[in-house]
Design a protein around this ligand. Structure first.
Ligand SMILES: C[S@@+](CC[C@H](N)C(=O)[O-])C[C@H]1O[C@@H](n2cnc3c(N)ncnc32)[C@H](O)[C@@H]1O
Length: 294
């Protein structure tokens, strides 16, 4: 049987990986470089400066094994064990959703609001997963404390690693709970409530490639995808300060329904939906009780 020759050096390894990943990845040339850099434990810039560097046979075998995993559909971040979000590096395991660029809109909107509302503030990140939202917020706002909740103990372990990695663990409190239920209404109210909860309608989930790899509990939003958003909006008014901000990521088709649910929960609030970079409705923004009479 004919076997393709093992790539002998860095340039050949990148070219080989790019060709093998052409069908499996959206940006094969970038993913090929990221993969080879990971296997050689070098920065990507080093690869470009050392194209003639020889690969050991162990490195060539590791490349082959990694390419087979990627060709079978496994996402690159699970193979690497880390991924970038909001310009920070996050540890990632199969227990957590891979942080998405769309979610950076939530973090951006939160940080902009925090700048105009200075001082020590209290936030919650509901369904924290890898902790990418909670950790990014705490990293960029040194006066912020964040309660980061998740039902999954494994996800909270990953979020803890990331809070440690970015030196914010003393201001990120990790709590295993269902949405905000364990946060008593008599506790100090929240200035900011953030959530990227599961929002994919159940019957569309099975057809999506993500359902093969990412945790179902991070994706399945119930029949119409709004089960968790609906429940969180029921809990939120008793826990958010008047004048506070709630930011909930939604699926592109959920804008109208999400606004209606938000109006039911916060009849006096200013409510809008912001689009993501692709122009799809993505972020439900609720400024609570801005119209309240004194
Ligand atoms: C879509 S993922 C988002 C993860 C992370 N916040 C991000 O943006 O990448 C949703 C997360 O919500 C968690 N989750 C699901 N149901 C929950 C519930 N009832 N209470 C708290 N967290 C829940 C899942 O375990 C998962 O980690």
């Amino acid at each position: 049987m004919l076997r393709s020759a093992r790539p002998a050096n860095v340039a050949a390894a990148i070219a080989h990986a790019r060709q093998r990943l052409a069908q499996a990845c959206e940006i094969p040339s970038l993913d090929a470089q990221v993969l080879v850099a990971h296997l050689l434990d070098k920065p990507r810039a080093w690869l470009l400066a050392h194209p003639e560097e020889a690969l050991t046979s162990a490195q060539a075998e590791a490349l082959e094994a990694a390419l087979q995993r990627l060709e079978s559909g496994e996402p690159l971040p699970y193979l690497l064990g880390h991924w970038e979000f909001y310009a920070l590096d996050f540890t990632i395991t199969a227990a957590v959703l891979i942080p998405r660029p769309e979610t950076e809109l939530l973090v951006d909107t939160a940080l902009t609001w925090l700048k105009t509302h200075p001082g020590p503030r209290r936030a919650a990140d509901v369904g924290t997963g890898s902790g990418c939202i909670a950790v990014s917020l705490a990293h960029h706002d040194r006066e912020l404390t964040v309660i980061a909740s998740d039902l999954s103990r494994q996800a909270l372990w990953v979020a803890r690693q990331n809070a440690l990695k970015h030196a914010v663990l003393e201001r990120v409190r990790l709590v295993q709970m269902d949405l905000l239920t364990a946060l008593a209404t008599r506790d100090a109210p929240l200035d900011l409530l953030c959530a990227n909860l599961p929002y994919i309608p159940r019957n569309t989930l099975a057809a999506l490639p993500v359902s093969r790899w990412e945790p179902r509990a991070a994706l399945d939003g119930g029949e119409d995808g709004l089960d968790f958003i609906r429940r969180l909006l029921e809990q939120a008014p008793a826990r958010l300060k008047p004048g506070g901000l709630a930011l909930l990521e939604i699926e592109a088709g959920q804008g109208e329904q999400a606004v209606e649910l938000a109006h039911q929960a916060f009849p006096l609030a200013r409510i809008q939906v912001l689009p993501d970079l692709a122009g799809h409705p993505r972020l439900l923004v609720i400024e609570s009780q801005v119209f309240r009479r004194k």
